[in-house]
Design a protein around this ligand. Structure first.
Ligand SMILES: [Zn+2]
Length: 55
């Protein structure tokens, strides 16, 4: 039993009950299919958050 935080919605969940997805050789875990689909649709949004604007 391992706790993981969903990188899409931020909820904590048990990886055994969640979903996993392999992206570029790494496994990512999500609490439900909706979150996984959102990640698949735009992985960069979650992997590479926009840097804070600097002026
Ligand atoms: Zn989620």
């Amino acid at each position: 039993m391992a706790d993981q935080t969903c990188m899409v919605c931020g909820k904590a969940f048990d990886t055994e009950k969640g979903l996993k997805w392999n992206h570029e050789g790494k496994w990512f875990y999500f609490n439900d299919m909706g979150c996984r689909n959102r990640f698949i649709g735009n992985p960069k949004k979650y992997l590479d958050p926009a840097p804070p604007a600097q002026t």
